[in-house]
Design a protein around this ligand. Structure first.
Ligand SMILES: Nc1ncnc2c1ncn2[C@@H]1O[C@H](COP(=O)(O)OP(=O)(O)OP(=O)(O)O)[C@@H](O)[C@H]1O
Ligand SMILES: [Mg+2]
Length: 372
């Protein structure tokens, strides 16, 4: 069984309000036969939604057939959907059932519907209006089928309607129940939950003990924008399981594209001492005691520099000094010594302004953001 199947059979993963609202929509959709349109960026979980709608509906014992409209040339798409009769085109050696007939009594997922040609859109619309199947090359209607249609796309269909690439009448036919999945960067509270789930699943699959995530690594992962959404996160989790078996994943173990995502640099503004020191601590993994402390004591570094460095660190650490101690590569039990040093030299920066709701939300069962 693949992790995808496990995921769908365990239900929808996520604790945030956005994903819970989606769950409500799924259950509502499952109660009827109404057409469902699922939209959202690539990798957000549109196929998972379609599977859940089908599995929770009265059609669950019948098949859910999936057709990826983008992967197939037009001529094959038509015979794929509606079937064909022997001799209707070169290579049609025998009559063939289309996917719509195969899905009779069940559901069909028309994935990447936004890529369908205008000609296919017209054929689909005709089917949606009367449920009749005419196989390619047949001179009459073959049968009537009872199929629930679920369509999915990562395209903005309204824009495609405006540019005449998608039929408006088809859009309104498909869009009876509309489920929109927000990108992962708009529901960051779900990132720790996904990580925990996929680290465990891949641990089981590869028969290894999955690694733990150091609090700083978790903060970096929560802050990352995930352009590839859940699919990208899933791949990162698998890599971490394979490379860091039973160890602790630190920020330096994360893929470069994730480590590199920093707030955009302001063009033309010189880097400050705090920027340079921060890079030495966070990327080169030098210790605060070996690079910052001596420079400060020798007065090469001012109080303002040190406070600026702390602000950068606290920003990254979600306002948590314990996380900051790790980020600056000090042993965890240096926490008190570090705070005493800052207070003695009047450099302590209040953490409150850096605690965001989003970062509070990373405290989920099993992933303890204060763990050392
Ligand atoms: N809520 C979720 N629970 C469990 N797994 C999920 C969830 N969301 C996404 N996934 C997993 O993330 C991966 C991508 O999901 P899916 O294929 O459904 O995305 P998609 O939106 O259809 O992407 P595309 O637009 O590229 O087709 C899958 O492996 C899926 O199992
Ligand atoms: Mg998909």
């Amino acid at each position: 069984m693949s992790v995808t199947e496990t995921a769908a059979s365990e239900g929808l993963i996520g604790i945030g309000t956005a994903i819970r609202a989606v769950e409500t929509e799924i259950n509502y959709a499952a109660r009827s036969d109404a057409k469902v349109l699922v939209t959202g960026e690539s990798g957000v979980g549109k196929e998972v939604i379609a599977q859940l709608v089908h599995q929770r509906s009265r059609r669950a014992r019948m098949p859910l057939v999936t057709l990826n409209c983008a992967a197939i040339p037009d001529a094959l798409l038509e015979s794929g959907l509606f079937g064909h009769v022997k001799g209707s085109f070169t290579g049609a050696y025998q009559d063939r059932l289309g996917l719509l007939e195969m899905a009779h009594g069940g559901s069909i997922l028309l994935d990447e519907i936004g890529e369908m040609s205008l000609r296919m859109q017209a054929l689909l619309l005709r089917f949606l209006e009367n449920g009749e199947i005419q196989r390619v090359g047949a001179d009459r209607v073959q049968s009537q089928v009872d199929v629930r249609v679920i369509a999915a796309t990562n395209r903005r269909l309204l824009e495609r309607i405006a540019s005449k690439e998608f039929r408006e009448d088809l859009y309104y036919r498909l869009n009876v129940i509309h489920i929109t999945l927000p990108p992962l960067r708009e529901r960051r509270e779900d990132v720790p939950v996904f990580l925990q789930y996929f680290l465990r699943s891949y641990g089981e699959r590869h028969r290894v003990r999955p690694p733990d995530l150091a609090p700083v690594a978790l903060t970096v992962l929560v802050d990352y924008d995930w352009p590839g959404n859940v699919r990208e996160l899933k791949n990162v989790a698998e890599r971490l399981v394979l490379r860091n078996t039973a160890g602790v994943v630190t920020a330096a173990d994360l893929p470069m594209e994730i480590q590199r995502q920093r707030p955009p640099a302001v063009v033309g503004v010189a880097r400050s001492a705090a920027d340079d020191l921060f890079d030495r601590l966070a990327s080169d993994r030098d210790s605060f005691w070996s690079v910052v402390y001596p420079a400060f004591m020798a007065r090469d570094l001012t109080r303002a520099d040190l406070r600026a460095l702390l602000r950068k660190g606290l920003q990254q650490a979600g306002g948590n000094y314990k996380v900051l101690v790790q980020l600056f590569n000090m042993p965890t039990n240096d926490y008190k010594r570090f705070l005493n040093f800052l207070r003695k030299h009047d450099c302590h920066v209040p953490f409150q302004g850096f605690r965001t709701a989003q970062r509070e939300a990373i405290n989920v069962p099993g992933i303890d953001s204060d763990r050392s």
